[in-house]
Every structure is written in C-alpha cells, then in structure tokens.
Design a binder for this molecule. Structure first.
Ligand SMILES: Cc1cc2nc3c(=O)[nH]c(=O)nc-3n(C[C@H](O)[C@H](O)[C@H](O)COP(=O)(O)OP(=O)(O)OC[C@H]3O[C@@H](n4cnc5c(N)ncnc54)[C@H](O)[C@@H]3O)c2cc1C
Length: 380
C-alpha cells in the first residue's frame, strides 16, 4: 500500500519551516540578494527557533530529522530564498561526514562547538583542478607525530569566511593519489588558513563562497574523520545524503515561481481578459504544475529510499537532484515569460529565482555528473 499523506510530525515540520520562512526568509530575500552578504540575523533566528541543524542528533541540539523530514523542511526554505536556505543547509553538508563516521569524542567536540557558538561549518572538497573530478584533488595532509600538516588550495567553499570549522579533504600519501584521500575537521581560525574575499555571483547571493589557501596548517591527528584513505567514500556517501536537499530547495523555489506566475496570470488583463484565459498561458501553467508535482514525488521517493536503507538510494538521490533542479530552471524561466516585462524586473521574485535555481544544476556535482552517477548505476 502506498500512502502519500504526511504524518502529523511531518505536517508539524512543514508548518514550522513554512512559518519561519514567511517571517524571516521571504522578507529578507531581496535584501540579502542585493547585499551579497551572509544572512547572520536570519541564521541567528533559525538557531533560536530550532530551524538549524535539522539532521543533527537531538542530544547535540539538532532535530534528529530523517531525510524525508529534512526534504520537507528544505522545500520550505527554498520557497523563501535558496541563497539563505543554503546558508542554513550548507551546515548540514559540512556536518554529514560527522554523522557518517565521527567517533564519540569528535561528535561531542564538534557538534558541541557548533551548537554552543550558534555557528556554521563549511565543506571543503573542490579545488582549482578538481571540480567534477574529485579524484584530481592535490591538497596534502602529511602526518608528523600527533599532527597532520595541511597544504593546498580549495575554491568555491560555501560558508568558509563565516565558519567555525571546515571539513577538509586532502591526500595523506600523494604517491597513492586519491586512494589516500582523507577527511579532517580544521578549525577555521587555525594559523595558516588564508581565506580570500568571497566570490561575486549571479544568484544565491546570500550564500558566500571563498577560495582558501592552507599554508602548513597543523591539524591534530584526533581530527581525522574515519580512517586515512576513506575520504573519497565519505565524500560520495555525504552527497548520497545531501543531494536530495539540493533537489528539495529547488522544488521550493519552483513552487514560489509557479504561484507568483499563476496569480499574476489570473489578474493581468490583456485583449480584454486575463492572460490565464489564453490557452498558451494556461498550458504553460499546467506543464509547470506537472514538473513541480513530479519533482516532489522524486524528492520524497529518494528520501524514503535513503531512510529505508534501500540499495538504489544513491541513484535516486542523483535523480532527485537532477530532475528537481532541471525542472526548477524550466519553471522559473517560464514564470518570467508568463509575467512578461514585470517578470524580468527586480520588483518580483521570479527574476531572482531564475538566477538562483541555475546553481542547483551545478553544485554538489553538476547535472552531467548526476547522469554519470545514474548511468553507472544502471549499467554496472
Ligand atoms: C556557488 C557554489 C557553491 C559551491 N559550494 C561548494 C562547497 O561548499 N564545497 C565544495 O567542495 N564545492 C563547492 N562548489 C563546487 C561545485 O561542486 C563545483 O563547481 C562543481 O562540482 C563543478 O565543478 P567545476 O565548477 O570545477 O566544473 P568542471 O568540473 O570544470 O565542469 C565544467 C563542465 O564540464 C562538465 N563535465 C565535467 N566532467 C564531465 C564528465 N565526466 N561528463 C560530462 N560532463 C562533464 C560539467 O558538467 C560542466 O558542465 C560550489 C560551487 C559553486 C559555484
């Protein structure tokens, strides 16, 4: 029996995040898009209202959310502003390796620190020559006694300049290449961490990204996550869990674009009647609604597969990210079209959403890379 009815707990999560988005994210979305600054006041409020760190264990101040609960929450954040939503959700990306492999001391220490400081964390994987090709990573962390000495260059790292610590991927034995890729927790204020000014970009401007240079940074050996050489697996398993959220954020933004364009089309009179009465516009709205419904189905299906520990969860998370973000791009572009010149102006949210959702097709593995993941899974 398949039941698509949300449980009371899921409805409660949806209502809580919808209400927070209405009060804190939607009213601040255009402001932080314009400022291109990390939205600290919103993140502080999110901490106060139990919105941050959804999947963290409850004993460390999180909500202990399953993936389906996290997806319901992320759709609501995305409905307000993906940029602000990513400021909140990138914490989840950075902390997921801890969820997967951290020992008891690491959990207490790092979850504790983030919660106490009401801070954010960053996930530092990408390098100038290692974007889609994670195996091209060149940063090194060489063991000397009870420390690793970290050197290297990362870029596009979300939240870096505002983070308490970063989850950093580096090679412990460069001769063994990516087979020695390992994950570490690196406090951002460690001597030798150089963070460049944040990137100026097209959309999701409330979320900040930096280039980072590590110059002989000393990292205590106790900060190694899992074992040496497990880094590639940790990175891929992290994405299996977080890609669904990228799809859910895109879905939320698509929903807002659709609702804005639909209401506009019902009220905008041209040729003596609402433009929604023209079949060309009505059919565009119908197609948009189909994309939103099908995106939600795939996001929920993928989250359910992960929570149930199904073998196809990895493939489905790639599908959910790919489909929901491609759909959101089409929805946003059509919403702008339906609203004509007003859609293209900064007076309405659809212009911003069109810029924002483009990025969901790129980060956490481009949509071409999702197709690589899916095709490998079905052809192996
Ligand atoms: C705003 C933003 C935030 C980000 N946040 C983070 C973060 O927090 N942490 C982090 O580690 N990284 C982050 N990234 C990095 C992001 O994950 C990479 O940008 C992404 O994986 C693509 O890498 P690239 O930009 O180097 O593109 P490239 O890998 O150079 O790809 C360029 C093009 O080639 C295509 N391509 C490459 N290889 C293949 C292939 N095998 N088959 C088909 N097509 C291919 C790609 O799909 C793309 O269209 C962020 C990026 C941005 C822009």
């Amino acid at each position: 029996m398949i039941d698509f009815t949300l449980t009371d707990k899921q409805l409660e999560i949806q209502a809580k995040y919808r209400d927070f988005t209405k009060r804190w994210i939607t009213p601040n979305a255009l402001k932080f898009d314009e400022l291109a600054e990390f939205p600290w006041p919103v993140v502080k409020a999110a901490y106060e209202e139990g919105i941050m760190n959804g999947p963290l264990p409850t004993q460390f101040g999180g909500n202990g959310y399953s993936l389906i609960e996290g997806a319901i929450a992320a759709e609501e954040l995305g409905a307000g502003c993906i940029g602000i939503g990513i400021g909140i959700e990138a914490n989840t990306l950075a902390l997921t390796p801890l969820l997967l492999v951290a020992n008891e001391w690491q959990q207490k220490e790092f979850y504790g620190r983030i919660h106490e400081e009401k801070g954010v964390a960053a996930y530092a994987l990408t390098e100038p020559n290692a974007g889609s090709d994670v195996q091209g990573i060149k940063s090194t962390a060489i063991k000397h006694g009870d420390k690793y000495i970290l050197n290297g260059h990362k870029r596009f790292i979300t939240n870096a300049e505002v983070s308490t610590f970063m989850t950093v991927f580096a090679l412990t034995d460069p001769e063994r290449g990516s087979r020695s890729l390992s994950a570490f927790i690196v406090p951002t204020n460690s001597p030798g961490v150089e963070i460049k000014p944040h990137l100026m970009k097209m959309g999701q401007r409330a979320s900040v990204q930096n280039e980072i240079i590590f110059h002989d940074v000393e990292v205590p050996a106790t900060h190694l996550l899992g074992r040496e050489g497990e880094g590639f697996l940790i990175a891929m398993k992290t994405f299996d869990r977080t890609r669904n959220g990228v799809g859910a954020l895109a879905l939320g933004a698509a929903r807002t674009a659709y609702e804005t364009a639909r209401d506009w089309a019902k009220n905008r009179i041209q040729f003596g009647k609402p433009i929604a009465a023209q079949q060309a516009i009505a059919f565009m709205l119908a197609d948009i609604d189909v994309l939103i419904e099908t995106s939600r189905l795939l996001v929920y299906r993928s989250a359910h597969a992960y929570d149930a520990g199904l073998k196809e969860a990895s493939k489905l998370s790639a599908m959910a990210k790919l489909y929901a973000s491609d759909s959101a791009m089409k929805v946003a572009t059509d919403a702008v079209q339906i609203m004509g010149g007003d859609g293209y102006s900064r007076d309405f949210m659809v212009e911003k959403i069109m810029r924002d959702v483009k990025l969901n097709q790129i980060y956490e593995g481009t949509n071409q890379v999702q197709r690589v993941v899916i095709s490998k899974s079905i052809l192996k």
